[in-house]
Each structure stands twice: as C-alpha cells, then as structure tokens.
Design a protein around this ligand. Structure first.
Ligand SMILES: [Fe+2]
Ligand SMILES: [Fe+2]
Length: 373
C-alpha cells in the first residue's frame, strides 16, 4: 500500500532525467558555463505559464512563478514564431518584466529559449541560462542543439504521457455514462482549486513546482472508480440507503484497482510521480479525524496530495448544483470548510481556500457550468 506523500520523491522523474542530461552537457559537452535548464508548462485554457522543473546548482530564481503568456510579449513572440530565441545580455533586456528581473537577480546573464510544441500547439518552454553574458554564441548553439532536442523531447514525452492517462480515463468515463456531477467544468474547477491549494502550501510544505504540476494533472482522475458503480446508484436523485452507499464507497478501491491495471498494462508505472495519482484516487475520501473511508486513515497518515484534493473536491461539490441539492454560496461553503477544519480537513488547506476568495471566484467564472453542458 502506497501511502507516503510523493512530494519529496525524485525517483524516475523528469527533473532527474534533465539533471543527468545537464551534467553530461557540462562535463562531456564542453558547456560548463551553462548553469541552468528549466521547463515551464503552458495551459492553453487559461493562457497561464508556470514554472515546472529546473536543474540548476542554486535555488531557481523562478520557483512558483506564474504568468499570463499574453503579459510576457517576448515569450508570446517565441510561441507565435515557433523559433528559439537567444538573449545575450539579460540585464539589458526588458528589465520591466518580472521574470527577466528575477532571472537577472539570480545571477544569470544570457538565455536561450526553445518553445515546446505538441501537435502544433504550445505546451511550454525550455530555458537555458548562463551566468556569462554572451554565452550563447553560434558555436555554443551548434554544440547545444542536439542536447536541446533531447531535452525538449524528454519534456514533451513526459507531458504527453500524462495526457495519455487523462485521455484514457475520459474515454472510459464517456463510454460508461458517468453522472452529471463529473462534468468537465467540475473537473476543471476542482483541479484548479487543487493547484491553488498546493501553491499556497508550497513554501511551508516545501513543494516543488514539479509536484504541483503533476498533482494538478492527476486531480481530475480522482473519481475514475465511479465507472464501476452501477447507474441505478450513480444517477439516483435521492439519498442513497446504506447498502447503496456501501457500493458507492467502493468507487475508491475500484479506482485504485483501475490505476494498478493501467500501471501494469500500459507501462504507466514509468510515468514520474504516478504514486501521486494512486494516492489521490485511493485516499480522497479519507478525513483528518479518521472518520473517512475506505481506510479510516488519520491526520498525516493521509498523503498530502489526498488531503489537498479532498478540500478542493468537496468545495466544488458544495458550490455546484446537483440533482439532489441547490448550489451553496461560496460564503456558506467556506463557512463549512472552516467548521470542519481540523475535523474533516487538514487546516492549512482550508486556510489557503479562505485566503484566496478572489482566485476562487475567477476560477468559477472561467469554468462556469454552462460552458460545458
Ligand atoms: Fe470520490
Ligand atoms: Fe469529484
């Protein structure tokens, strides 16, 4: 049984692969002054760009950095053209932009930026930085080129593997007539609340951007096991009797089983951080005081990713209209979370929700139900 939080695990991760490549480039490739490689991922639905992973000897200057692509014209240009860009003196380049300023403050003086494209669409950027101004000369670029191709390939492959899992699950869901509550809008909102909470905990809980991104990608799969619950129970408008509720609760173990099958049959076990996915699916109905199901885990026995997801999931369920209930207002739902903080929910997760009501509203208006009905 996998119950440890995956937050600190770095076995078989994208950052591991990139760090290895980076070391090789610095030693064998004669690129010693290449001090940082980093990947940012792009979410086309929200136009947001987020730092994902980096391999640098020092603290990344852009940890937990989020920006709207349209607010960063230099990167938007690269995305539009599809061509890499060299900046040989960052100190002189667009000093007004926050990300440039932070990179310069981090001691970097030149950069080489490569857009990552998947099926003609932007999926992120690959950044190379050096502490030397003018480092990315034509000779260095010539040397760097094959490595940049490999790094872009590794990053794109990993992003694609996550998408394959998501596509597989969404196909199964469509085939099995999953009930209304698992609309696209619910999944969009709950996964963004999940990410918001994880970002809010990032400093206090030392969460890497990589962990946060995987958690965001995996959160929509929390109820994959509902495909195995019969429609008569799944779609019942009234309250479930105790027998029906027992069947409903079974969606958690079914979900874990489905993830195990996917892991074995499709080689998804090689996806970095697949443990996060398994923990989200297996423990999103556990409660802080041990009153949850199926295991009745208590407090920190519950993996962090499941504590985060459950707050996000419950908040969205409360504030959504369902066949058997009206939507609660945000105030009512946040009141409930406060009352249940330290009872059902991990208090730091509730605190992030309470402190980000503006962001919650923005997510709700962007992913309103009607868009997906
Ligand atoms: Fe569930
Ligand atoms: Fe849900």
């Amino acid at each position: 049984m996998l119950v440890d939080s995956m937050a600190m695990s770095d076995v078989n991760t994208l950052v591991g692969g990139l760090t290895e490549l980076h070391e090789h480039m610095r030693e064998a490739g004669g690129l010693a002054a290449l001090t940082r490689m980093a990947v940012a991922v792009y979410d086309g639905k929200t136009d947001l760009l987020r730092t994902f992973i980096h391999s640098s000897s020092t603290e990344s200057p852009l940890n937990h950095y989020v920006a709207r692509l349209s607010d960063v014209p230099s990167l938007a240009d690269i995305a539009r053209s599809g061509h890499p860009r060299v900046v040989n003196d960052l100190a002189m380049y667009n000093p007004g932009a926050i990300h440039s300023r932070r990179v310069v403050e981090g001691g970097f003086r030149s950069s080489y930026t490569v857009p990552l494209m998947q099926n003609g669409r932007l999926s992120g950027f690959l950044f190379f930085n050096s502490v030397e101004p003018g480092f990315f000369s034509p000779q260095v670029l010539h040397q760097l080129w094959p490595y940049a191709q490999i790094a872009a390939f590794i990053a794109t492959m990993e992003l694609e593997r996550i998408q394959v899992i998501q596509a597989a699950v969404s196909t199964v869901r469509q085939i099995s007539h999953q009930r209304d509550e698992e609309t696209g809008a619910h999944l969009e909102r709950m996964s963004r609340y999940t990410r918001m909470i994880a970002e809010g905990l990032a400093v206090s809980h030392q969460l890497e951007d990589e962990y946060i991104e995987y958690l965001f990608q995996f959160a929509p799969l929390h109820d994959v096991g509902k495909v195995a619950v019969p429609d008569s129970i799944l779609l019942k408008p009234g309250r479930l009797d105790s027998e029906e509720f027992a069947v409903m609760k079974g969606h958690v173990d079914k979900g874990a089983h489905i993830i195990d099958l996917m892991t074995e049959d499709f080689g998804i076990g090689r996806v970095p951080h697949v443990g996060i996915l398994r923990n989200v699916v297996s423990f999103h109905h556990e409660a802080w005081d041990g009153s949850g199901y199926p295991q009745g885990l208590k407090g920190e026995e519950i993996p962090l990713e499941a504590r985060i997801t459950s707050v996000a999931d419950v908040f969205d369920a409360l504030t959504s209209k369902r066949p058997y209930k009206e939507a609660w207002s945000n105030e009512q739902a946040l009141d409930f979370l406060s009352q249940m903080s330290g009872v059902k929910f991990y208090p730091p997760c509730v605190d992030v929700m309470l402190n980000n009501q503006g962001l919650i509203k923005a997510i709700q208006s962007q992913f309103a139900e009607s868009l997906f009905d």
